[in-house]
Design a protein around this ligand. Sequence first.
Ligand code: ATP
Ligand code: MG
Length: 410
Amino acid sequence: VFLDDGRVMALLALLNREGEEARVVGGAVRNALLGLPTGDIDITTTATPDVVMARAKTARLRTIPTGVAHGTVTVVVRGEPFEVTTLREDVETDGRHAVVLFGRSFVEDARRRDFTINALSVDPEGRLYDYTEGVADLAAGRVRFIDDSTTRIREDYLRVLRFFRFSASYTTGELDPEGLAACAAQRDGLDHLSRERVRAELFKLLTASRVTPIVEAMQAIGVLPILIGDPCRPWRQARLSAVEQAGGWPPDPLRTLAALGLATVADVSRLRDRLRLSNEERDRLVRLAEASAAASTRAAAPDALAILALLYSVGRQSAVDVLLMAHVDSGASPDDPGWQQAARQAASVMVPTLAVSGADVMARGFRSGPQIGAVLKDVQARWIRAGFPEEPAVLHRLLDESIVTVRGGA
Ligand code: ATP
Ligand code: MG
């Protein structure tokens, strides 16, 4: 697939000459063989980073020294960035960082990768190189560590999480028993990883196609509690997946996380630290936790007005989140039309705006900012309860009522 891409071929041609070689490697080769869309196209080469940068310069290509210390230079070809990494050889690690040495052997470079299906490479002529039986594993739907699983995990504990992440996308049957046993035995190493690395892999895992059985396996061997703590509820995640699939909702890592691990706002604070969530992400999770706490099981889907009120109070993204999760907890079937339609409405309906402004409140004799704010807040609540009326006379009446309330309270 990528061999039809003029930019890839131009870059390979630039690197693959005058005594140096270059190939496409890793995920792009794996996905091309499976007929899946390729994400980033990674290139590996015998040329050292300085040579890569010099050649890019002669071809007037922009380079970004992404990680020159570990051999990676980003080369931009017609607007598209490609990561070019110099071949590396196996080196000492402390389980957290690898000390990198450049090499000239594609075989060595393949062997220091994590899984057989991730170690395939293709040269500019389109020849496929498979030093680790990756093609056979790919065909059989197996994710296997290259060489001894335990040894490979001890070099980099993130590989425990990567084992589950790639298994969630590329296994068709049982998880590789040797890999699984090694992950179970080495799971405590996950505690020592940087939270950013864990977060990146975990979020990819949470949106993979077969996340339910994988999450169950992770729970069974005690990996999930280390990552997201208790409570872990794979069954709830399974229901969320079913609801998302029935309605054509793309999976979302935060929602999956909420389905799995959240009961209370305190759970969110804990997860926020563990996974370095942004404030925005934390807010989404808090709204989900609050909504779950308030929800009653066996509830019916909300009507159009209730959906507007929800949109008003939490915004569009959280309204969709909350409705999908309420559907999950309602016990209704995943394709329940009422619930699915409620979430669709939340995603698309126009939110009306309240045609009462601070100026209107001031015109009624209010001067202080906090009091104006209090009136606006009160009138908005009345307006939502009244079903978002638009007639000016009705709005005036609501405003009058709010003014009485705020004056009375002041
Ligand atoms: P995706 O399409 O999901 O990004 P990918 O295969 O490109 O999958 P990356 O995490 O982007 O996965 O890594 C690119 C390649 O680098 C992998 O295919 C693998 O060969 C190698 N690799 C990445 N991380 C590790 C690791 N921790 N240990 C060993 N090899 C790794
Ligand atoms: Mg990638």
